[in-house]
Write a protein that binds this ligand. Sequence first.
Ligand code: SAH
Length: 248
Amino acid sequence: MSGRVIVAGLGPGAENLITPEVTAALADATDVVGYIPYVRRVAPRLGLTRHESDNRVELDRARHALELAQKGARVVVVSSGDSGVFAMASALFEALEAGPEAWRGLDIRVLPGITAMLAAAARAGAPLGHDFCAINLSDNLKPWSLIEKRLRLAVEADFAMAFYNPRSLARREGFDRVLKILRETCEPTRLILFARAVSTPEEALTIVPLTEARPEMADMRTVVIVGSSQTRQIPGTDLVYTPRGVSA
Ligand code: SAH
């Protein structure tokens, strides 16, 4: 039987937010490849080899998956959330494009998953109900100047914004700067949602106006959603939403 690679998102954490399609692909796999905590979310079973790798070795991991498939394995490469959002699907295609011609004949598929910002938005109400954008705040793979440019232009365009990888122990200053720019460019009442570990037992949601936002409210398990100028909280509730339209 010829090999294949499926790149799949495991959703934000909860078992019931993994799509049936991804569950079926995992049940049929011979090998699972991914970052350690994600591979550990796949239960061990007879006939399944789990290959755990460390953070930041995405290209090696992608090449490994393609090599296994070339030898006939049915590989699932796992990411959290959706594998196409700041995750393994692009890494796999980077490896494919740079790799041996023979890899291009492999059966390669990407299965969607529930990405963090959608799970977080649903918990809070509907903050992404009008136009929005997503920005990865990690400067591992792009210069900080580009992050800042995109942030300023997104504010100018009045998008709601979802920030992934907002703040790690090694990268604290970036998010400080983001808050500073928001304070310079948005009104003080602008709503910010800090959604941590959504759909896991550690889930915590905090909704504050920009004036009360603090850098420590974000970590690597948090997705931050900044409302547009239209995003509001329904008085007497925790519900935050962005109306569907903006009048001319
Ligand atoms: N592919 C993933 C994103 C990977 S980048 C997805 O589609 O969700 C990792 C970042 O995703 C984290 O730093 C955090 O910002 C966000 N994230 C992932 N899972 C999360 C969760 N359960 N709750 C809140 N944020 C999460």
